[in-house]
Design a protein around this ligand. Structure first.
Ligand code: NAG
Ligand code: NAG
Ligand code: NAG
Length: 341
């Protein structure tokens, strides 16, 4: 009996001291193929979440290994998803992205610099301090040691939904040559109708600077905020922001004529729905689309952002002249459209 216990202990020690392996993100040009354009049904709707129970049964990250640093073990890649025959490809993927976002937000994870939110770091000062996770006073969670940051949130959404494990370093996810996912889009911040569900929007650190260093990533939900304090109520959305960002967001809401859209991101105290207002609109740079993109451009089309030698993604705002050129081009296209009719 003693011998068995000793052997068991030895075995456990061996297992625990094994270093976690590195699971590199895949080089995303990945979209789910198949489906039938325009077709939709309640069966399609149901099929967007049908395999969630199976996915929940899979390990999110490598178990029983010693993390090499405070980020913990890397996330595993979920299996690739497939679309049932008679469902519109874009709608299926967009619906699934929304369902995954909903699911992750409901977990009430914290904001942590971790690769996998289910991983609970060892109870030591090295692994549990306010530089790694938002401290308890900011957190609305019972277990504030389970969390993810912004680019791990975007990656988890696409990984869980489609088995697409994006590069989780913010500069790389935004503008890493050959590593940034999907296709870059230079959508003007005031043309919100051009964003599509699932687009990843990149935000700079400081609204006032030019060029801006990209520090944040959010997902476009396409949901229009409503009045009040429901899930998508503007009061709730503003309350989900860091306290020092609420005033600017409220000001934008008060002054803005059009609809206020809901974005989903991990910031401040974890993954949640927040308003596309205030800092987000002020420091928005460009976006990337992973769904409904058609053939990928290679090299990536210009986004105004560049990966620098010191490992940053720097975005230079277009000059007013360039903006005017864009507007003029659009006007010309409109005119061409009118004359064709
Ligand atoms: C990523 O994909 C692009 C486009 O297919 C390819 O040219 C590039 O070499 C790939 N990069 C890596 C590191 O595999
Ligand atoms: C967006 O609209 C606001 C308000 O009209 C304006 O101040 C701002 O310059 C616009 N931003 C861009 C990038 O066009
Ligand atoms: C939400 O708004 C309703 C209606 O204004 C109010 O009665 C209720 O107390 C609010 N709930 C919270 C949690 O603020």
């Amino acid at each position: 009996m003693k011998l068995t216990l000793a052997l068991l202990c030895f075995f456990i020690t061996l297992v625990v001291s094994r270093k976690c392996t590195y699971h590199p993100p895949n080089n995303i040009s990945y979209v789910v193929t198949g489906g039938k354009s325009g077709a939709w049904s309640s069966a399609c709707e149901a099929s967007t979440t049908a395999d969630f129970a199976y996915r929940d049964s899979l390990p999110e990250y490598e178990q029983n290994c010693t993390p090499v640093n405070t980020w913990g073990p890397q996330a595993y890649e979920y299996p690739r998803a497939s679309i049932k025959e008679q469902c519109d490809n874009t709608r299926w993927q967009q619906t699934r992205v929304l369902r995954v976002i909903e699911k992750i937000i409901a977990k009430e994870y914290n904001y942590c610099h971790h690769h996998a939110p289910k991983w609970t770091p060892p109870d030591t000062p090295e692994f549990r301090n306010s530089k790694i996770c938002s401290p308890p006073e900011k957190s609305r969670k019972k277990n504030f040691w389970n969390g993810i940051d912004c680019t791990h949130f975007t990656s988890l959404v696409y990984n869980y939904a489609f088995g697409a494990h994006l590069n989780t370093a913010t500069p790389m996810q935004a503008c890493g040559v050959d590593f940034a996912p999907g296709k870059s889009l230079t959508i003007n911040v005031n043309k919100t109708e051009e964003f599509e569900i699932g687009d990843i929007l990149f935000i700079g650190g400081n609204s006032a600077s030019n060029p801006l260093t990209i520090t944040h990533a959010v997902i476009w939900t396409g949901i229009v905020a409503v009045k009040g304090n429901g899930t998508f109520g503007i009061d709730t959305l503003i309350n989900n922001l860091a306290p020092n960002q609420r005033k600017a967001a409220q000001k934008y809401v008060d002054e803005h004529g059009g609809p206020i859209y809901v974005i989903a991101d991990s910031h401040y105290n974890g993954p949640n729905y927040r308003p596309f207002a205030g800092w987000y609109t002020g420091a928005y740079t460009f976006a990337r689309r992973l769904i409904n993109i058609g053939p990928l451009d290679h090299p990536d089309q210009p986004s105004g952002a560049k990966y620098t030698n010191d490992g940053k993604c720097m975005y230079t705002r277009p000059t007013e002249e360039e903006e005017d050129d864009d507007d003029e081009q659009e006007e010309n296209e409109d005119i061409a459209r009118i004359f064709r009719i």
